[in-house]
Design a protein around this ligand. Structure first.
Ligand code: ZN
Ligand code: ZN
Length: 118
């Protein structure tokens, strides 16, 4: 499961957990990128190239993206713990049964995961 493209900032490709809406075109970018943009002389919307009049905090989008990021993180944690418990890496097919990636790649990812608090 990947973070939906519409939740990513056009400029930095990070999830817009701190989103702003560009006036008047209503495209969205993240707040850090908006701040970086304000320090430049020319203000153009990175999405539609239109003129930027101002930035408005988009709380609804910020909350939605934060929620989605949380859900996906939980889903990935569940997926990884499932790997460990069922030892799916030992499948004879040579690739992980859940993710479809190679066993090696999955193992590396498992080892990067911090111990669960549960
Ligand atoms: Zn950004
Ligand atoms: Zn725009």
């Amino acid at each position: 499961m990947e973070i939906p493209h519409s939740c990513l900032c056009t400029l930095c490709q990070e999830p817009m957990t701190d989103a702003v809406s560009i006036e008047p075109c209503h495209d969205n970018i993240c707040h850090p990128c908006a701040c970086a943009m304000m320090s430049r002389v020319v203000h153009r919307c990175p999405v539609c190239r239109g003129q930027v009049k101002m930035f408005v905090k988009d709380h609804a989008l910020s909350n939605a993206v934060t929620e989605i990021v949380g859900l996906i993180k939980k889903w990935r944690d569940d997926e990884l713990s499932l790997h460990k418990h069922q030892e799916l890496h030992t499948s004879s097919s040579g690739s992980c049964l859940i993710s479809g990636r190679s066993n090696k790649r999955c193992r590396e990812e498992d080892e990067n995961v911090e111990p669960s608090q549960a």
